[in-house]
Design a protein around this ligand. Sequence first.
Ligand code: PEP
Ligand code: MN
Length: 338
Amino acid sequence: MLVIMQPNATEEEIMRAAMFLESKGFEARISHGEIRTVVHAIGNIDDVDQRDFELLSGVSEVIRVSTNYKLAARIAQGSDTVIEVNGVKFGDKYTGLIAGPCAVESYNQMDATAQELSESNVKILRGGAFKPRTSPYSFQGLGEEGLKILRSVADNHSMAVTSEIMDVSQLDLFMKYVDILQIGARNMQNFNLLKEIGKIHKPAILKRGLAATFEEWLMSAEYIMAGGNGQVILCERGIRTFENYTRNTLDLSAIPVIKKLSHLPIIVDPSHGTGLRDKVEPMSRAAVAAGCDGLIIEVHYNPECAVCDGAQSLYPWQYDLLYKQIKQIAPIVGKEIV
Ligand code: PEP
Ligand code: MN
């Protein structure tokens, strides 16, 4: 249930509403929007008479939320969530960019890639250190050594980093080395992992599962938010369909759908979404034109030699060209690439 306060409600009225909710057995969470404040009542609303809340001073209206996701729902907040990392913003009118190789392979590979990307104004570097590979015999990532390389290269280039966490046991390592946690498609419903990430204060990219519906995806975001971490960035990365020409089917309709259902930022991964380098540029342009809040793109200084996902990794010069194009597209749809 949402208790929407009047725009001119005083702090005292807001606190009184929150305390009244708690006296009725709810957990009350206050969310201050630009225009109005919303007090979320978390708990069972079956036996509630909402008029009791509507009559409180300073309250504008009370809404019973029937969706299963409440904190992630658009209605839960007066404005879009904006997440800022190293000066890069995701959400509302901002489109943030993340680029880097699929996996951390060596210091030289990361440094050469980061050097090129810094010339294209990249401020958040990606690179997997723990890789969720289909085959157990494929390269599994460098582990902690990979996170150390990622951190040190990023520091040399004044960049922030994102990397995929695969298991709860890795959380301490990620708290030490990583600025944005990436939850991979295969772990979208690893509920223990989501609950633990809910307890920390770092942004998390939540990738859409290979066969997840929008509602299932938002419910996973809700797991993180219910723990107290509201910094969730949703990432469309393609879903499994009958088509096998592309690696996945990139579902760009996720952008307008999620924007209607949620206030959370939605970014797009055209690299895993298509699996083919020549499809990455047009789909990136389309995602920006559809109003996405960011892109995460695989780029390798020498894709032919990449240990994994070389075929879907852009050459740095391709990324630079794409960056220049999307910078022009974004303002047409009221967005800004910072
Ligand atoms: C990745 O980004 O490295 C990755 C493995 O992506 P996904 O979880 O979307 O497959
Ligand atoms: Mn990859």
